[in-house]
Design a protein around this ligand. Structure first.
Ligand code: MG
Length: 189
């Protein structure tokens, strides 16, 4: 009999980031492709942002415990649905990505909500307009044997959270400059 307590349940931020990166790549998503959505979204509102700051923002978000649990679960649900491993009607509903099934969006709202209402409205924009990798995932998910029902929302939500975080970091820097405080590193926030 396995001892539940003997299992590794807690991971460091670095481990969580690495595990998230690994499972996303396994599912066809690079960190750069998520950062590109954040960049495209935030550069409409904030001038002088770089792809690098968006990439750092995505990496930071991927190291958060709550996001770790969401990413790992979302990727596994899609994989199991591809393999027909669920029982009952939920197997077909998830595999078909039924339009009226909204639990994938709930997870997306949860992740993007880490950065407040703006994070969630940014997620809504990505969800509706399907930018970059989200569009590619959505289209690939219609093919036989592929399920991206949860992945597209999680990826969109990470991009939205990262985009919102960039705006917050940059505004924090402006506020600090106004009172003469040295620039903060993005990792201080
Ligand atoms: Mg979906």
């Amino acid at each position: 009999m396995s001892d539940k307590n003997a299992k590794k349940l807690l991971f460091t931020r670095q481990e969580m980031f690495e595990l998230n990166k690994k499972i996303l790549i396994k599912r066809g998503v690079s960190i750069e492709s998520i950062a590109e959505i954040s960049y495209q979204q935030q550069s409409k509102y904030t001038t002088d942002i770089s792809r690098q700051i968006c990439l750092e923002s995505v990496e930071k978000i991927l190291s958060l415990r709550d996001v770790f649990h969401h990413v790992q679960l979302a990727c596994e649900i899609d994989r199991l649905a591809e393999q027909g491993k669920f029982e009952g009607p939920i197997q077909d509903i998830i595999y078909a990505d039924l339009g009226l099934f909204g639990i994938d969006e709930t997870m997306g709202l949860d992740v993007s909500g880490l950065y407040g209402t703006i994070g969630q409205t940014n997620f809504g924009d990505i969800d509706v307009n399907k930018h970059g990798i989200v569009k590619r995932l959505n289209e690939a998910g219609k093919e036989e044997g592929i399920c991206h029902t949860f992945l597209d929302d999680i990826v969109g939500a990470i991009a939205a959270a990262a985009s919102t975080r960039v705006a917050q970091v940059m505004n924090e820097e402006i506020a600090n400059e106004e009172i003469g405080v040295t620039r903060l590193s993005i990792f201080d926030l």
